[in-house]
Write a new protein. Structure first.
Length: 159
């Protein structure tokens, strides 16, 4: 399955989930170029190809399962603003050792958990301890697996 098709499938899985998420409209080429420039200026790696495709189809996702970040802030309930990729990555990398490479934080989950891209994979990581709970080869696999896990747990709780 090609990257665009796999992202489409993952987003459809999210749309059909038990709990509903808010998906922002996809980004255009200008937005993608701007985030690339911002990342470069801040000495971050460029967006992975699959995450760039995700942004083209849904430029930010907020829901009960996870939040996947957009290039800039996302509006939240009651007028709040969810920081973007660069801001969240800055906050996470602030505590790195001086010689440690910067990583991209692309999402968040409840309980102080972040989704970061490092060494070609997405890692579900405790923000404080830096313990890795799960790793995925692409963002679509993360979305599908997380929605499936949460929906299965919700159905089991109803029995």
């Amino acid at each position: 399955m090609s990257t665009p098709d796999k992202i489409t499938h993952a987003l459809n899985t999210l749309r059909q989930a038990s709990a509903k998420s808010y998906l922002r409209d996809g980004a255009g080429d200008i937005t993608i170029k701007v985030i690339g420039s911002k990342l470069g200026k801040a000495d971050y790696p460029q967006l992975p190809e699959d995450y760039e495709e995700l942004l083209r189809q849904a430029c930010g996702i907020m829901g009960p399962y996870f939040t996947l970040l957009s290039p800039g802030g996302m509006e939240m309930a009651a007028g709040g603003l969810q920081p973007g990729i660069v801001e969240e990555s800055d906050a996470f990398n602030r505590w790195n050792e001086d010689d440690e490479a910067k990583v991209l934080v692309v999402g968040k989950m409840s309980g102080g958990v972040v989704i970061l891209h490092k060494d070609g994979q997405y890692h579900v990581t405790d923000e404080s301890s830096r313990d890795v709970f799960r790793s995925y080869d692409d963002i679509a696999d993360f979305i599908i697996d997380t929605v499936t896990r949460k929906d299965t747990a919700a159905r089991a709780a109803q029995i």
